[in-house]
Ligand binder design. Structure first.
Ligand code: GTP
Ligand code: MG
Length: 556
């Protein structure tokens, strides 16, 4: 049930002070490699959060005059920026310069009762604009710019990649096309902020924070929105009150374990979202999972949301990945390409199962980049040595300390091209001794596997855990086979020098499109020996000709 608010587009009289320039939130988020200081994760989160609190979401009629719309809204105060997008209807995201403007707008709206249906009044920042006199089709309406929230189609991507000038260029194009846009990022923080308004009905001062790929630099347009219900602000405000006659502001209920507390909290929030959450549909409470969560679709933004609580380590992991993603522009380009490659070959899936997750793949790329000589990325142990007292962070007994200041980390001296790194990634993992070694980004070197799971990637903070415990031997084998095949395709191309203008899929395009990759390899299989034999011979020859790069990789 959604509150319906009516805005009259003709009523605006105040001068429209519409500032449209984007406020850049620093190069760390965009991945550009300039020498301007990079923002800390916490600074970006704080700024984005504050920005979202000044922002409203409006469902608009299909025919709308942008000028009149902005003029009307600016009665409530100056607008910092806005954009339109299509979801199930036309939506506007409007960011005011001041938070007070939101309250001013809310004060002139009203709830529309819908005949036989009854609306439960809820003061949200999600409005529905109903015009008294809908506009007739105007030329202005038809060219209303709409911000795209989806990645390019496979066909479009294929064309772009085939038109590129080099493999390096292809990886950068893929990154540019798939990375979260400024608008999409704003919409993610706004969605969290809208959900926070609902959760705050139960837990005043709670915060809903985005984590995972929405904030760690590796988010792809269309990825899910991971949210954390953070009750620590409430805990913190009462923690310093240790004296006095009252133990807390309120009597609290105790339950048998943290897990039960988490389940109970998520259960009531799930109910709340289901019954009163504007635009929240398909709410599922998945409370018996290892990490209990509430999953729902936020219909207006189009995001699939996973809400968890009591999961601060995941937020810290997101911060660590954010740092790695921002240290060197090659990191994101490589991670995006590997993630797309894995998706194209069904190595990853949106359904949970025995496959590798994007999180694990990202760890594998980071580990590989730590193993280069000289390393592209430093080890987690090195980031710990740069930490100061302010960075100290212990969560549930786990040491999650590392420097939060990106500017303290020296840039890498490695100058390898993306093309080489991509090829070497496939060769490295095509040959990795998964049967005996574990991947460990803390130390940046292989270690003996402590248990027998086919794939062992040490959780960077809860070091006794394996983040890829779910992966089966057959899925791992599929990954190894595809990595070898891809190394072989890139190696062949390096020798054949295919012409980018030949209209044939080449480079990354040949690796990404399964049908193309298969047909290419089938064609080559016909001409030559069986693939397994060719790949084996090739890898043998590469191994014997290349020097080992297993030293000097701890990033110090
Ligand atoms: P997408 O596939 O783009 O959603 O990537 P993601 O990084 O957001 O992954 P996902 O939504 O599956 O998980 C969100 C976050 O939860 C990750 O970024 C990690 O911080 C954390 N996470 C996911 N899986 C694991 C796991 O197996 N172990 C641990 N410790 N954390 C995990
Ligand atoms: Mg995610």
């Amino acid at each position: 049930l959604r509150p319906i608010h009516r805005l009259l587009s003709s009523a605006g009289t105040a001068a429209a002070d519409v500032r449209r320039e984007e406020q850049s939130l620093g190069s760390a988020e965009t991945g550009s490699e300039d020498r301007t200081p990079k923002k800390r994760f916490s600074e970006v989160q704080k700024e984005r959060r504050e920005q979202a609190q000044r922002t409203v979401l409006i469902l608009c009629p299909n025919k709308i005059s942008e000028k009149k719309f902005l003029k009307y809204l600016s009665q409530h105060g100056p607008i910092n920026n806005h954009f339109f997008f299509e979801s199930f209807g036309l939506y506007a995201v409007v960011e005011f310069c001041q938070k007070e403007s939101v309250a001013s707008l809310q004060s002139v709206t009203h709830t529309l009762s819908m005949g036989a249906e009854a609306a439960i009044p809820f003061r949200s920042r999600f409005f529905n604009l109903k015009l008294k006199n809908p506009l007739s089709q105007t030329s202005e309406q038809s060219c209303l710019p709409r911000s795209n929230q989806l990645p390019p189609s496979s066909k479009k991507l294929f064309e772009l990649l085939c038109d590129a000038e080099s493999v390096d260029d292809q990886l950068n194009i893929l990154l540019k096309e798939f990375q979260l846009t400024e608008e999409n990022t704003k919409l993610r923080y706004l969605t969290c902020s809208l959900i926070e308004d609902i959760a705050a009905a139960y837990f005043p001062y709670c915060e809903i924070r985005p984590f995972g790929s929405s904030v760690n630099g590796f988010g792809k347009l269309g990825c899910d929105l991971d949210m954390l219900l953070d009750l620590d602000e409430i805990r913190k405000s009462s923690a310093h009150k240790t004296s006095g006659n009252f133990l807390m502001e309120f009597q609290v209920k105790n339950v048998a374990s943290e897990r039960i507390a988490t389940q109970k909290i998520l259960s009531v929030i799930g109910e709340c979202l289901d019954h009163f959450g504007p635009g929240c549909v398909g709410v599922q409470k998945i409370l018996n999972a290892r990490c209990p969560l509430v999953r729902f679709s936020h219909q207006a933004s189009g995001f699939q949301c996973d809400l968890t609580t009591n999961n601060r380590i995941a937020l810290k992991s997101s911060e660590l990945l954010y740092i790695y993603s921002a240290l060197d522009s090659r990191v994101r380009a490589l991670v995006f390409s590997i993630r797309c490659w894995a998706r194209a070959h069904s190595l990853t899936s949106s359904i949970p199962g025995a496959w590798i997750t994007n999180f694990s793949l990202t760890m594998m790329v980071i580990f590989f980049l730590q193993r280069r000589s000289p390393p592209v990325l430093p080890t987690l142990d090195y980031l710990k040595t740069l930490a100061d007292a302010e960075d100290k962070c212990i969560i549930e007994g786990h040491n999650c300390t590392f420097t939060c200041d990106l500017n303290r980390i020296k840039p890498s001296e490695n100058t390898e091209t993306l093309e080489l790194l991509l090829k070497e990634f496939f060769e490295y993992f095509g040959n990795f001794a998964f049967n005996k070694n574990s991947i460990n980004i803390q130390q940046g070197r292989e270690q003996n596997k402590p248990e027998s799971s086919p794939l062992h990637i040490q959780n960077p903070f809860e070091t006794s855990l394996n983040i890829s415990k779910n992966v089966s031997q057959s899925q791992l084998q599929k990954f190894v086979d595809l990595a070898r095949e891809s190394a072989w395709i890139l190696h062949q191309e390096g020798q054949d020098h295919p012409s980018p203008s030949s209209n044939q899929p080449w480079g990354l395009a040949a690796l990404l499109l399964p049908s193309v990759a298969n047909s290419m390899s089938h064609a080559k299989k016909k001409r030559k020996k069986p693939a397994s034999e060719r790949v084996k011979n090739l890898l043998e020859s590469i191994k014997s000709s290349s020097t080992e790069n297993s030293t000097n990789t701890n990033g110090k």
